[in-house]
Write a protein that binds this ligand. Structure first.
Ligand SMILES: NC(=O)c1ccc[n+]([C@@H]2O[C@H](COP(=O)([O-])OP(=O)(O)OC[C@H]3O[C@@H](n4cnc5c(N)ncnc54)[C@H](OP(=O)(O)O)[C@@H]3O)[C@@H](O)[C@H]2O)c1
Length: 351
């Protein structure tokens, strides 16, 4: 019998878009699609995508284990929290129990973030860091002590823990890194992303777009559709029992390429000036006092503001293309459509 799948984060931006596109997988390639929900209204919504709502208490290891085993779930795509160092372990152990019971291969995909492969997390940035790098696990483990931010140290720890726990319990694991994702979310819940939202939120509060770093550091970008087709490509490959690389060889960056933050700031500034949301479209480098104000606007400490809307990330996608993923949108598309992105953010944000 084809496997049962669980998707978490279905009311979110990425998970919602994934759920909305699950119908594109070949008919009959899986048995039951479960979606983790926290409310009855989410349960009704996921059912519209053909998913069976599943509630489980993530704070209870016993609840995680029992639910996964009782529903014979063999594949989990986890899209909730990139610094999760607990639920992931319990989920992987439960998958191992399912494998023991029915003998079939089991798979756990963990959604991390490109930040954990960037300057903010002590990753190498002196050249491209390919998601196919054979030393990625070692590199990430080294970052646990070199990451400049505690948040990042926890995140790289979370990634490595997924890989090591999977290895220990013979569960195939994948570490999936979204980057600056943009475009309208297509699920029933959150329609907007994270970093583009933070730039607009800070600029609206300060009435100007500020740059964070010296020079023109770059960051990988990806349209939400392309991000979704990589999730689907991986899932389809798993369902077809294809060897796509897992564990220490299971890192995937969803990105068609990188852009300079400065180009993104300028495109957003032009759009916001057009709407009279900022006083001047000229992007100015933030000083210490401005960083404090950006932190206040984003509800984070001053030191964390650069982590939200700046930095250097040379993480480069190769693995997806190797398994047949072809992104539709060139990296420049985010710059060309910045005005639409601002419009979308203003329509759906609460600030
Ligand atoms: N969007 C990006 O550009 C981007 C980039 C890099 C990494 N990521 C990572 O990718 C993941 C998904 O991102 P997203 O943009 O889709 O985030 P999102 O829109 O904020 O969605 C988060 C999802 O997680 C669920 N969730 C949070 N805490 C939960 C809990 N304790 N129990 C059950 N569900 C819980 C939320 O459910 P409720 O609706 O019930 O709160 C929601 O479905 C996150 O880990 C994020 O950090 C995203």
């Amino acid at each position: 019998m084809p496997p049962n799948i669980l998707i978490t984060g279905g009311s979110g931006y990425l998970g919602g878009t994934l759920l909305a596109h699950m119908h594109t997988l070949p008919h009959g390639s899986y048995t039951t699609l479960y979606a983790l929900v926290r409310t009855s209204s989410q349960a009704e919504s996921v059912a519209k995508y053909g998913a069976t709502p599943l509630t489980l208490d993530l704070s209870s290891p016993a609840s995680i284990k029992e639910t996964i085993i009782a529903n014979q779930i063999s594949i989990i795509f986890h899209l909730i929290n990139p610094v999760d160092t607990e639920n992931t372990v319990h989920m992987i152990k439960a998958l191992a129990e399912v494998k023991k019971a029915n003998g079939n291969e089991v798979h756990f995909l963990f959604t991390t973030g490109a930040k954990l492969f960037s300057s903010h997390a002590g990753a190498p940035t002196d050249g491209p860091l390919y998601d196919t790098d054979e030393k990625m696990y070692e590199i990430q483990q080294g970052q646990v002590s070199s990451a400049p931010h505690p948040f990042a140290a926890l995140g790289v720890q979370a990634n490595s823990l997924v890989v090591s726990t999977g290895k220990k319990f013979s569960v195939r694991t994948y570490v999936f890194a979204p980057c600056i994702v943009y475009g309208q979310g297509e699920g029933f819940g959150n329609k907007i992303s994270i970093q583009t939202v933070a730039i607009v939120q800070a600029a609206k509060a300060l009435r100007r777009v500020y740059s964070i770093d010296e020079g023109r550091p770059t960051w990988p970008v990806c349209h939400v559709r392309d991000n979704t087709t990589l999730y689907l490509r991986i899932l389809e490959s798993i369902l077809e029992s294809k060897e796509i690389g897992y564990g220490e060889n299971g890192y995937f960056l969803a990105s068609s390429g990188s852009v300079a933050w400065m180009d993104l700031y300028e495109a957003i500034a032009n759009s916001m000036k057009k709407r009279d949301l900022i006083g001047d479209e000229k992007v100015v480098k933030a000083n210490d006092a401005t960083l404090q104000r950006i932190g206040d606007a984003l509800g984070c400490p001053k030191d964390f503001a650069p982590v939200q809307i700046g930095g250097l990330c040379t993480f480069t996608a190769k693995h997806g293309q190797q398994i047949g993923w072809k992104p539709q949108f060139a990296p420049e598309h985010i710059i060309e459509t910045a005005d639409e992105e601002v419009e979308l953010i203003l329509k759906h944000s609460k600030f």
